[in-house]
Each structure stands twice: as C-alpha cells, then as structure tokens.
Design a protein around this ligand. Structure first.
Ligand code: HAM
Length: 416
C-alpha cells in the first residue's frame, strides 16, 4: 500500500522534540505564575469574522494565510492563525471583565498560517501566548517585557535583541496624522514602483505598506515619514515611561521606528524579540498593546496588551534536552520469569520508580543491550534460579558492580 504523508508545512513532534516543547511550557507556566497569569485553553476553530475583524482585512494573515472553509452548514470557519483574537473573544464572551479589574491570561497551542514553509516557518506552528486586559498603564507594558525577558533567560537563551516601537493611537494628531503623512508620501509612487498589494494598501491602510516583504516596496519605505515624529503627547508620555522602566530595570532594547507588526490591532507599545542564530525567520516573539480590540470584538472599551512566542523557533535555539534516565530495566532470563517480572515491575512503579521490563525472554545479550539503550541506572535480572530463591540480581549500570538480593529488599536497595 502507498504510504500516506503529512501535509506540507506540518510537522510531527517526536519524543526528543516533544521534551523540549514540554520544557518550554513548564518554564512558561512557572514564570508566568510568578506574575499572576492564569492558563486558558481555547478552541482552534473560530468563526472567520473573529479574525478578519480583529487582525485586519488588509493584513497578509487575513488576505492570504488563513485556513478558511465552510462547515457542513455553510458557515465560514477558520483555524486560528494566532491566539489573541480568540483570547479576547473568550474574555468578552465569559464576562471576565465583570469578575476582575485586571485579567492576566496565557495559553499555548497550535496556530495555522498558509505561508511558504521554510526554516523556522511552518503552516502549523505553536505559540505560547500571553494577554492582559483592563489596564492602560505603561507599567503593565514594562512588566510584561520583564516577564518575557525572564522567561527567555530561564530557558537559557542569550544574545536576543528586543526591538521596541510605539504605533501611536487613534487621536487625530497621532496615528491618523501619520497615516495622512504616509498617504502623501506614497501618493507619488505608482504600479512601476509599488507592488499590486501596496497600490491598494497605500489608500486603505498605508501602515501596511511598511510591512510589505517585496524588496522594491521595502526600499521605497526607507525614506518614508517616521511614526515617532507623529505621536500625540499622551502616547509620547506612555512610551517614555515604558522605556525609562526598561532602562532602570536593565532590559536592553533597540528602538525600531519601522516595527509596525503584521496585525492591525496594535496601538502604542509594540515589540519583537529576534535572534541572529536561526536564519531569516528571526523573530522568536512579538506583541504589543491593543487598546481598541476588546471593543471592536463587542466587549467594553477596555485596554489590552500581550505577546506570543514561536515555540518552533525557541526550540531551534534550545537544542535537545538530555532525556531523563529511568531508574531500572528488568531483564528476564527464561519464560518462567516473565509473569513475576511484570508484577514486580508494577510494584516498583506503584512505589514511584520509573522503568520497564522485558516482555519476551530474549537472549541475555539482547536484554543487556536493551537495558543499556534505555539509559536505566540499574539493570535487574530475573533468571530461573533467582525466581526459585525469591532473589534478583541488581546491576549498577554506572559502577558496573552487581549484587544478588532478596526481592523483598529490592525497593530499599534501589532507593539507597
Ligand atoms: P506574531 O508576530 O504574528 O504575533 O507571531 C508571534 C510569533 O509566532 C512570531 O514572533 C514567531 O516566533 C511565531 N510565528 C509566527 N508565524 C509563524 C510561522 N508561520 N511558523 C513558525 N513560527 C511562527 C501574534 O501572533 C500576536 N497574536 C502576538 C500578540 C499577542 N500580540 C498581542 N498579544
């Protein structure tokens, strides 16, 4: 029969890698709990409108990258391309804002984007996503960046760059004024200079031109007006409080006025963390403030801020974890020992020990090889004579020594 293969851009995460993902999640859980964040687990499938309304009609994610299809009743559904929209939906739908002034939530899981797969870029990838709702304070932005930095440090990652920008707000003298300036700037460029998408974007959402990946468009944006020159006083104050806190807390960052992010919901503080060690797809985390989003999705006018880390990219930086060594491997020499061997193994497991036993009485050589391969601290050997005498041979795999002891004292012996 022909083999069935996985879909392009999707990956199997096998035990060695799964251990790294587990370490990522455990570290996140521990660090985020220190800051008062609680876990949520949300659906992968959502109504398409959730994403088009929040991420923005003009973004690449909504225009080109979503896995969207009708369900059996013809309703348009989308496999989440990111987590923020779903977390906001759940926050509003479950009325969390009525229960607490500040909600700090995180989740982890698969996301789906129909992008061209390459190193560090998958069609199914995994994020650890963090969101906080209810506070407009710049202290929250800074605290979140400190938490992200602590998380990355505790994973043992170094040489990461924090890039920071402020995207302003909807006040007339802020982002709208910047949009006008961009409009004015791009007006002079036509189809020979801008790509087809950007010809549309320059009219509908000129900020998106700054995020275009086409080299010619990128080149043209070099001398475009800078967003830092078009911020209202309140946004300037907000951002300077954030940067002053980061300076005082010793978090190094660089300012990048071209950092506009690929999603439309951001205002004020935005950030990305990049690594020089994983190739072109260098962003390991990204996020920012999204004060209008809760309202856009039908909730009260409450502010939010968050970020997401790409687990595939973090895993590439972390390398492999050393597998955890089991306590024992139980080898059985002779059919008669199989029964007693499995029952003894169950006793050891019930006492908290980790290990496996032979399921067939193969040759001594083959079972010793198996014990070695398992990485166990002890190899326990149950032959016919031990079975008769109620004893067992305990071989210390590191020291190479071996003792014959009574089965009754086995647990004590292993614990010692
Ligand atoms: P994002 O920048 O689109 O932001 O994605 C966050 C991270 O997910 C990226 O920095 C990257 O590490 C990883 N990532 C994105 N796409 C892929 C892919 N195709 N393959 C592998 N990794 C990928 C968001 O998704 C926002 N929801 C973050 C956020 C949360 N903002 C506020 N709250």
């Amino acid at each position: 029969m022909e083999k069935i293969q996985k879909i392009k851009g999707f990956a199997d995460i096998l035990p060695r890698d799964a251990q790294v993902y587990d370490r990522l999640e455990q570290t996140a859980k521990r660090v985020f709990a220190q800051y008062g964040y609680k876990e949520v687990r949300l659906p992968i499938l959502e109504r398409t409108e959730l994403f088009s309304r929040s991420i923005g009609e003009e973004t690449d994610v909504v225009q080109k990258e979503m896995y969207t299809f009708p369900d059996r009743k013809g309703r348009s559904l989308t496999m989440r391309p990111e987590a923020t929209a779903g977390v906001v939906r759940a926050y509003v739908e479950n009325g969390l804002h009525a229960q607490e002034e500040l909600s700090k939530l995180y989740c982890a899981g698969p996301m789906f984007r129909y992008e061209r797969p390459q190193k560090g870029r998958m069609r199914q990838f995994h994020q650890i996503d963090v969101e906080a709702f209810g506070s407009p304070s710049p202290y929250l932005d800074a605290e979140m960046l400190f938490m992200l930095a602590q998380f990355l440090t505790e994973l043992g990652l170094q040489d990461l760059t924090f890039e920071l920008n402020s995207l302003g707000c909807s006040a007339p003298d802020c982002r709208p004024a910047y949009n006008d300036a961009l409009n004015e700037y791009f007006r002079g460029f036509d189809g020979g200079q801008l790509c087809e998408d950007c010809l549309r974007r320059k009219l509908t959402n000129p900020l998106r031109v700054l995020d275009c990946k086409v080299p010619a468009c990128k080149e043209l944006t070099r001398s475009a007006p800078k967003i830092s020159d078009y911020q209202c006083q309140s946004c300037r104050d907000h951002f300077s409080t954030v940067t002053a806190l980061l300076d005082a807390g010793g978090l190094n960052y660089t300012l990048n006025p071209r950092l506009v992010r690929g999603l439309d919901y951001y205002v004020r503080t935005t950030f990305e963390v990049t690594s020089g060690k994983i190739g072109a797809q260098s962003a390991v985390a990204g996020g920012g403030r999204y004060d209008g989003l809760v309202k856009t999705l039908g909730g009260p006018d409450l502010p939010g801020v968050g970020f997401a880390c790409g687990m595939e990219r973090l895993a590439m930086l972390m390398g492999e974890c050393a597998p955890e060594a089991p306590d024992f491997y139980l080898a059985v020499l002779g059919e008669a020992g199989l029964h007693a061997g499995l029952l003894l193994t169950q006793k050891l497991r019930a006492a908290g020990m980790t290990g496996e036993c032979a399921l067939a009485a193969k040759s001594a050589k083959s079972q010793m090889r198996q014990a070695g391969k398992s990485g166990a601290r002890f190899c326990l050997i149950l032959g016919d004579s031990e079975l008769e005498a109620g004893t067992i041979v305990v071989k210390d795999m590191t020291a190479g020594t071996q003792d014959t002891i009574s089965q009754d004292s086995l647990l004590d012996h292993l614990r010692k």
